[in-house]
Design a protein around this ligand. Structure first.
Ligand SMILES: [Zn+2]
Ligand SMILES: [Zn+2]
Length: 382
């Protein structure tokens, strides 16, 4: 009877002045410890679990707590009016309120403690999974941005039941497989393992007449076309989020998101370094020596570049603002053209003669790099 009950504060191991947070914290710890799924063959644990659930139920309700503080267990004795409800609600329900609900979709503590059953609420709603889609784009598309439409085969909301998973006129009943617990015990070798109930997915409830199109899931596999805006300046490896375009939720739960991972294809001419572009441009050696204008490729077509007389191979010329627009939309990078001086590989007789004459005229005078190099290298040649 009432007098044999332990004090609720003692049950939860908190002081009489304990704040709500403290009570919650203590309850969680004890509930995890004594949860029947973790102590399958221990009737004491189940009793304790019920006891702490009952204590929690009272101490978390300001009115009930005040009544308890004043009258003790007598406040809830059957037929005494006040809070007599013929008992307390199912402790498993409290458990789910604390761990599964509240935190809402997406796992939360429930998942962390028991694995699986992530974010299933009591109506069996569950957020859909996030999906990943890998997309290849060209450097030009990355530079200027583009609109894409992709086709994704995924679980989408069932139109027949509008995602609810229920036939018209059906209702929610306790899951017969797990008896409403949401968890089932199975044996693996010597161990007994508590698992999310496969039938209700941990919700504890099922629909008595599930939608025939989606089998009660509220979602079916479909091919969807999804429009994506690829912003100018996007970098290789960037991840774009297409909100709510992931898998549909179960039984009307919110959809997941679609993450699009961008892969920028290698370009035959340009290499990208942040917002700058690099390219190599071969130029005839006479132009390098005499100076002149050369054509340089850019993302917008060819540009003309003046190179001065005496240009050396590997010299880099900067075309300001001809790189890639920064993804924040403000500055544009530069194009860096590295010139490669090309030496003619075949000379006809006349060309050869002129070049020999040229070499004779130059002597040692016109090769400043060559000269200083051999000054520095002298000691190696003794
Ligand atoms: Zn349906
Ligand atoms: Zn079940």
């Amino acid at each position: 009877m009432a007098t044999t009950k332990r004090d609720y504060y003692e049950v939860l191991g908190v002081s009489r002045g304990a704040a709500e947070e403290e009570i919650k914290r203590s309850y969680r710890k004890l509930a995890v410890k004594f949860h029947p799924d973790k102590n399958p063959d221990d009737p004491d644990a189940e009793e304790k679990f019920k006891e702490i659930g009952e204590a929690y139920d009272v101490l978390m309700d300001a009115d009930k707590r005040a009544a308890y503080d004043r009258y003790g267990h007598a406040a809830f004795a059957q037929g005494s009016g006040g809070f007599g409800r013929g008992g307390f609600h199912d402790p498993f329900d409290i458990f789910r309120e604390v761990f599964g609900g509240g935190g809402g979709m997406g796992g939360g503590i429930f998942e962390t403690f028991f694995g699986g059953g992530a974010g299933v609420d009591r109506e069996g709603r569950q957020r859909g999974s996030d999906l990943r889609y890998d997309m290849q784009i060209t450097l030009e598309e990355a530079a200027f941005g583009t609109d894409k439409e992709i086709e994704v085969r995924k679980l989408d909301r069932c139109e027949k039941c509008n995602g609810s998973g229920a036939e018209a006129g059906s209702r929610a009943i306790n899951c017969p497989t797990c008896g409403g617990r949401g968890q089932v015990i199975s044996s693996r070798g010597f161990f007994q393992v508590s698992q999310t109930c496969p039938r209700c997915r941990g919700a504890g409830q099922i629909i008595d007449k599930p939608c025939r199109v989606c089998d009660g899931e509220g979602r079916v596999e479909k091919t969807s076309r999804i429009k994506l805006k690829i912003p100018a300046g996007i970098a290789d490896g960037s991840r774009l989020r297409s909100s709510q375009n992931g898998e549909a939720g179960i039984r009307g739960g919110p959809p997941g998101d679609l993450y699009v991972v961008i892969h920028v294809k290698e370009h035959p001419i340009f290499q990208r370094e942040d917002d700058d572009l690099f390219c190599e441009v071969p130029i005839p050696f006479a132009v390098a020596a005499l100076g002149g204008e050369i054509a340089v490729p850019t993302l917008e077509g060819r540009a003309m570049l003046k190179v001065p007389a005496g240009t050396q191979s590997a010299q880099i010329f900067k075309l300001r603002g001809r790189g890639i627009l920064n993804v924040n939309g403000r500055d544009r990078g530069d194009l860096l053209a590295r010139v490669i001086v090309e030496v003619p590989s075949r000379l006809n007789a006349e060309q050869r003669k002129k070049l020999e004459e040229f070499a004779e005229l130059c002597g040692d005078e016109n090769t400043p790099l060559h000269k200083s190099f051999f000054e520095r290298a002298k000691e190696f040649f003794q």
